[in-house]
Design a protein around this ligand. Structure first.
Ligand code: NAD
Length: 522
């Protein structure tokens, strides 16, 4: 097999499907001096794709390249293309039929690529007589903007097909990353818990759509919250990706779809494209509130020693508080006491000590990523002054999660809310829930990334880069897990597993091994 790609000017790109992705890929190719033949069965889609391409090329001052575009409703017209990229709906049978026909129409030197998000490239390649030229080329939406292309060789794909497609992706101005042909490849797989856990948090009544999205943006630095993103992708599209992965893995619990999505689909609320999904798009979207000003708090914060002590102390000191790590016998007046310990036993001891040494009116904050507030309450007598907090994201986020129990007095809740605001953080009060919101989401993401790494879907660097380039994550989940400490991630997941009793929270064996090695190296 000899491939024909020599220079970008010689590339004749065939695109099958003129929908969201097909027209975006066509635009990228036209902007990179390629000739494009765009095919669709629907003349109306061809017409609207033409309008889209004209408008975008005009805006970029490149209208003259429209001369390099041919629109067709006849598949046979693709016979002269060097590469054909298929972007028809996510349906295996439909794609297999198309590849069988393309295989007949195009000479053996033509590369046949599929933009499937989750289907098996190997199964699609199997429909062709010459499967060695079939490969996955997975673009991200919007295709002209997003820099990532996942390149997925099928089991049958020839190495020269891989090399040619890597070169083509670069000529399209993209960063290609090779991924193994496994359900969801890298990005759609590793991102599954971002949606799945958010839907479960909503279903369990832990927080509202708006609260979860805002916390993910302001507390963890993501550009978009999970519900915003599902609305953008299309709830039906997001649901079928999850369902396809669930089916292909014969029921892996981490990919189990959630009924909240099916209910929205039944109502026709598919997200931005129908004007309503988790949000309504006929109403103005309220902007995130700015973080409160750092007020210059007065008083002394008692902070138990521990790994977060330096960052928490700096945060309090910046806001003007004095920080003490030991309680002197004639204790200075403490405003708020913050517990933080590496182990449950350590935390229990700290809370007991505080209870013994601190007057009963002083509020105590207990980290609740690995222990529920309900459990911590069983360790103390003065339950009315104990609140939970998310220690994992307290120092870094603009918004922090606080946990109230039914024992908590309104006065203590007010003092703690004011304290958090005085640090320049917005408080989000929730009821008790295992691993709260961000630790649950982020540790599940990290776990999925380690599973993918262990299954050799890609290297650690590639997985992290793919999540940043393909899903706009602020950092790679593996780097995040390393900086937090693998042991911590494992403890959060074990806590979720114990509390919720679901196999979806089982720890990736490699992650547990890393956590043990981390401990052995300490
Ligand atoms: P879409 O529904 O917007 O477009 C699909 C197009 O295919 C339509 O124009 C339709 O008329 C056409 N079509 C249907 N049957 C056809 C046939 N037999 N022959 C030719 N054309 C046919 O879909 P999309 O969102 O562009 O998705 C296309 C593919 O790209 C899917 O496999 C999807 O999983 C994948 N993908 C989608 C996104 C996304 O965010 N939308 C991102 C990455 C990958």
């Amino acid at each position: 097999m000899t491939l024909q790609i020599i220079t970008p000017y010689s590339v004749q790109l065939g695109v099958v499907g003129a929908g969201t992705m097909g027209r975006g890929i066509a635009l990228s190719a036209l902007l990179n001096a390629m000739t494009v033949i765009l095919y669709d069965i629907s003349p109306a889609m061809l017409q609207s794709a033409h309008e889209y391409l004209r408008a975008h090329l005009e805006r970029k001052g490149r209208l003259h390249t429209l001369a390099n575009l041919t629109l067709t409703a006849q598949l046979e017209h693709l016979h002269g293309a060097n590469v054909v990229i298929e972007a028809v709906p996510e349906d295996l049978e439909l794609k297999q039929n198309l590849f069988a026909r393309l295989d007949q129409i195009c000479p053996p030197s033509t590369i046949l690529a599929t933009n499937t998000s989750t289907l098996s490239v190997t199964a699609i390649a199997a429909a062709a007589q010459t499967p060695q030229r079939v490969i996955g080329m997975h673009f991200f939406n919007p295709a002209p903007v997003m820099p990532l292309v996942e390149v997925i060789p099928a089991a049958q794909t020839a190495d020269e097909t891989v090399q040619a497609v890597l070169a083509l992706a670069e000529r399209l101005g993209k960063t290609p990353i090779v991924a193994r042909d496994t359900p969801g490849f890298i990005v759609n797989r590793v991102a599954r818990p971002f949606y799945g856990e958010a839907l479960r948090l909503l279903g369990e009544g832990v927080a509202s759509v708006e609260e979860i999205d805002r916390l993910v943006r302001l507390g963890a630095g993501f550009r978009m919250g999970p519900f915003q993103l599902m609305d953008l992708i299309g709830i039906d599209v997001n649901f079928s990706a999850t369902q396809s992965m669930y089916e292909q893995t014969f029921g892996e619990p981490r990919y189990r779809p959630h009924p909240i999505q099916t209910r929205l689909i039944q109502q026709g609320h598919l997200g931005q494209k129908t004007g309503q999904g988790f949000y309504r798009y006929d109403l103005p979207t309220p902007a995130d509130p700015p973080p409160p000003p750092i007020l210059g708090g007065k008083g002394t914060i008692y902070l138990t020693p521990g790994s977060w002590a330096p960052s928490l102390a700096t945060l309090c000191q910046k806001a003007g508080y004095q920080v003490v790590h030991h309680l002197p016998p004639d204790a200075v007046e403490i405003s708020v006491a913050i517990a933080q310990a590496g182990t449950q036993e350590g935390l229990r001891q700290q809370l007991r000590e505080m209870e013994h040494l601190l007057p009963t009116h002083i509020p105590i904050m207990c980290p609740c990523a690995e222990v529920t507030l309900a459990e911590a309450l069983t360790w103390v007598s003065h339950k009315e002054r104990l609140a939970g907090y998310d220690g994992l994201f307290f120092a870094t986020g603009q918004m922090v999660t606080l946990v109230a129990s039914s024992f908590l007095t309104p006065r203590t809740q007010e003092i703690l809310g004011k304290f958090v605001r005085s640090l320049g953080r917005l408080p989000l009060w929730i009821e008790d829930s295992p691993a709260l919101i961000l630790p649950r989401l982020m540790c599940a993401l990290a776990n999925e990334a380690v599973f993918a790494l262990q299954e050799r879907v890609a290297t650690a660097d590639q997985i992290d880069l793919a999540m940043q380039l393909g899903a706009n994550y602020p950092h790679g989940p593996l780097t995040w897990a390393k900086s937090l400490g693998y042991e911590k991630v494992v403890r959060v997941l074990d806590h979720l597993h114990a509390e919720l009793g679901e196999e979806r929270y089982r720890v990736a064996p490699l992650l547990r091994r890393w956590a043990r090695l981390e401990q052995a190296n300490l």
